[in-house]
Design a protein around this ligand. Structure first.
Ligand code: 4AD
Ligand code: MG
Length: 431
């Protein structure tokens, strides 16, 4: 018997095939039993004409319930009225395990209930679609970088010191060495990597003990950090834009049915695949002031300000040249204005917020050292990082993408917790 995935069913019309999966839905109408079977790749309606199945098989089929696992044998046919829609005429059904009182029903459930049942919620069609988009986005990022000369270079998760400030560190007891910290970003290690490989990236979970209870923050999220030698601010932004536009095209190419299921406006996504807008941090503040926002030239932007800055625009927005006072120690000073750094964020349109943070890095030993002293950092702990500016320092740049933020934007999902299999937030760690 040929075992097939539902996504390939059209290649087997008229053949007897076996499917393995779960019951998404089941209903009977007279002598007919309609079973929606899903197998991870797709779903299909299986139609059993009970008198034809025989009494024994019919009795077994009638025991099936929502989310029972099963094997089903039948013959795929194209739907008589709907082109491209297929059905399975059932020959035999073998329940594998009968599920009792599956907790997630058709009715609306509260978010807290769904999050407590995340292990089951993942089976629902919306979550299934988002996870497939996540898969596409993940590999699109890797493919783009692989095609553009970047080597995969894995950075450690257990680290002796901070990358992104000490206020959001998770501490882990570490034998006789005292405390270690969960990585906030692999960037500093990638800066060592480029001196060997030229261009590198990592991709993995990072951690922020951030007390932000927003729809854009997780305490554990996935970050892709990329870093390149001999790349300066301008080229760094070109790489970022190229990468995001590549991801948009890939998702539109591979996930149309998922986007449709999620009711994502794909025209809106298509329009974002155009040259991005650019403003400086100072211009952004001026725009906000003009709109009546009380904000200062040394302020960062919250979700609301980000939404205002992208209002009425279809394309992502670069915000570049930030005040050094509010950006990380490693960003290179702006040669045209020592109070600024050559950093950039990318803000996605439609309120999806910051998806990328990047910068040219400070490559001058003395400037970096004095900046670290100003920030009260331990030169001893970061000696290895300072070394990189003493042994063949070169201009270099990089950036980090928050995978979940990008997936949320692609899918049109409003809360980031739906874009990662098991979200970690300050008020939740189960399941
Ligand atoms: O802007 P961030 O903090 O930049 C860095 O960590 C740099 N070291 C990256 C680099 O240059 N290699 O974080 C990068 C991105 C943000 O733009 C955002 O998309 C995402 O990571 N991010 C979060 N996503 C979910 N939950 C959080 N708490 C996040 N914090 C940042
Ligand atoms: Mg940032």
């Amino acid at each position: 018997m040929k075992k097939v995935f539902i996504k390939d069913i059209a290649k087997h019309l008229g053949e007897e095939v076996k499917l393995q999966g779960w019951v998404r839905n089941i209903r009977s109408s007279g002598k007919l039993l309609f079973i929606i079977v899903r197998d991870g790749t797709s779903e299909i309606q299986a139609v059993a004409f009970l008198p034809e199945l025989g009494e024994e098989k019919a009795e077994l089929a009638k025991t099936l319930t929502l989310e029972s696992s099963l094997e089903i044998i039948g013959i795929p046919k194209e739907h008589p009225k709907q082109k491209g829609v297929y059905e399975l005429s059932v020959i035999d059904v073998k329940p594998i395990q009968i599920s009792h009182d599956y907790p997630i029903a058709k009715k609306e459930h509260g978010t807290d209930f769904l999050l407590s049942n995340r292990h089951l919620w993942l089976r629902s069609s919306r979550q299934w679609a988002v996870m497939k988009i996540r898969h596409t986005v993940y590999y699109a990022i890797c493919d783009y970088l692989n095609e553009n000369g970047f080597y995969r270079f894995d950075s450690p998760i257990l680290t002796p010191s901070a990358c992104e400030g000490t206020t959001t560190l998770f501490e882990v007891p570490y034998f006789d060495e005292g405390n270690a910290y969960l990585s906030q970003s692999g960037q500093l290690y990638l800066e060592a990597g480029i001196m060997s490989l030229g261009r590198v990236y990592d991709f993995g979970p990072v951690f922020r003990a951030e007390k932000s209870k927003t729809r854009k923050h997780l305490t554990e999220f996935w970050m892709m950090d990329a870093e390149a030698a001999f790349v300066e601010h301008e080229e760094n932004m070109k790489i970022q834009e190229g990468l995001i536009r590549f991801v948009i095209r890939r998702v539109l190419e591979r996930n149309l049915s998922d986007l449709e299921l999620l009711e994502r406006d794909t025209e809106r996504l298509k329009k974002a695949d155009t040259p991005f807008r650019r403003i400086t941090h100072r211009e952004a503040i001026d725009q906000l002031k003009a709109k009546g926002v009380e904000i200062d030239y040394n302020d960062d932007f919250g979700a609301q300000e980000e939404a205002m800055l992208t209002e009425g625009s279809e394309v992502p927005l670069f915000i570049e040249r930030w005040p050094k006072a509010i950006k990380a120690f490693y960003m290179k000073r702006d040669p045209e204005n020592p109070d600024l750094v050559l950093g950039n964020d990318i803000i996605a349109p439609d309120g999806f917020g910051e998806i990328i943070g990047g910068s040219q890095r400070e490559d001058n030993f003395d400037f970096l050292k004095s900046r670290m002293i100003d920030d009260n950092m331990s030169l001893e702990e970061y000696q290895w990082y300072l070394d990189l500016r003493q042994y063949g320092s070169v201009p270099h740049s990089g950036f980090g993408i928050g995978l979940e933020r990008l997936v949320a934007w692609m899918s049109g999902v409003q809360h980031i917790r739906e874009t990662i299999p098991f979200p970690r937030m300050i008020y939740r760690i189960y399941p």
